[in-house]
Design a protein around this ligand. Sequence first.
Ligand SMILES: Cc1ncc(COP(=O)(O)O)c(C=O)c1O
Length: 405
Amino acid sequence: MKYDFNKQIDRVNTSCIKWDYLNAFFGKTELHAMWVADMDFKAPPEILIPIVQRAAHGVFGYTAKSDEFYSTVIGWFKRRYNWLIKKEWIVTTPGVVPALNLAMQEFTKNGDGIIIQSPVYFPFKDSVELNHRKLLDNPLVLKNGHYEIDWQDLEKKAESAKMFLFCSPHNPVSRVWTAKELERLGNVCERYNLLVFSDEIHADIIFKPYKHIPTATISKALSNRTIAAFATSKTFNLAGLQLSVNIIPNTNIRNKFKLALERLHLNMSNIFGIVGTQAAYKYGEQWLDELLPYLWQNYLTVKTFLQENIPEISVIEPEGTFLLWLDCRKLALNDEELAAFFVQKASLALTNGIMFGPGGDGFMRMNIGCPRQCVLKGLESIKIAMADNSPIIIDSGPANAPDDC
Ligand SMILES: Cc1ncc(COP(=O)(O)O)c(C=O)c1O
C-alpha cells in the first residue's frame, strides 16, 4: 500500500461541518462524528502538491479551464467508465446540487411533477419543494435486504411528471444500478418524455463485483435526455473545492443550461476547484484503487461487529458509496427515540434515516469514510449504549445550524 488510510487527522477547528458544528446540529459537542458525507482522509499528495504550488504563485485572478483540464476529464471518463465524452459536453458548476436546481428551474415550471426515489439524499426533496414543483415519490422497495425500484409505481408517477431526479449510485441505500434496471428506467423516461437529472457524484466509489454504468451510456435516446452530474468531491474528498463536472450530450439542453449559468455568472470556477479536479482525474487513480478495498474492509468491520455484539442492528450490504444504511428497526424505537439513543446514549453523530424521506424511519446512515480505528470507536460507543438501560431522554433538539451549510 502506498497510502496510509489508518492515519487519523484532527479536523477540529477547520470550520468543517462534520466536526465543528456538532452542537449546532445535534445540541451536543462531545460526539464522535460519522455523519456528513465527506471523508476524514487527506487527499493524496498528487492532488495536494499542485494545489499548494498554485497557492504559492500568489496571484488568484479570473481563471478559465485549460484544454488540459478538459482532456483530463475525458481521459478519466474513458478509463473508469468506458464512456467517450466530447469536450463540448462538459459543463462545470459549483456543485451538483446547484446544477440540479438550475436544471429544474430551466426545464420545468411551477407545479410540474418531479420524480424522486425515497429514501434519498434529502436535497432532492428540498429542491422540488423550494422550487414549488410537485413531488412525485417513487419509493424504493426493500426485498430481502436489497432495494429495488417499484416499476409499476414509477410508470404511474411518470404519467404526470416532467423530470426524474435519479441517484446513481444511490445515497443512502448504496445501490449500484444494473444495465437492465437502467434500460428499463430509460424506457419509462422515453415513453413519458422525462428529462433525467442523473446524480452520479458517488460513481467512483464502487465495490467489487459491481460496476458503475453512466445513465447516458445506456442508449442514444437516454443520452439525449440526460444531464449527468459527476465530481471529484466524494471520490477524493474535495467537496470544499466546490466544482462538479456535468455531462450534457444534447446540444439544446446544454445550451439552455449554459445560458442559465452565464446569466448567474457561474460559468467560471474557483481556481483550486480547477487545479484539484484536474490533478485528481490525472493522478488520483492509484489512491482511489487503494481506498476502495479499505472502505470495503471498513464495511466488513461494521458488519462483523454488529453480528457479534449488536444483533439488533444490521447493515444493508453496500454496492457503492462510503455510506452505510443501518437497519435499526429491531430496536423498536420511534424516530425521535432512535435519534436520541445515538446522540444521548452513544454520543455518536449519525444521520437520521427519516431525513431521507419515507422508508427512512428506523434506519440510520453511518459514514465509514474514515480510519478503521474511528469506525471501531463508533461501534464500541453503540455497544456501550446498548448496555445502558436508563430511559432515553428526548432533548429539545439542536440549536441553530449556520445558514451556509
Ligand atoms: C447524491 C449526492 N448528490 C449531491 C451531493 C452534494 O453535491 P455538491 O456538494 O456537489 O452540491 C451529495 C453529498 O452528499 C450526495 O450524496
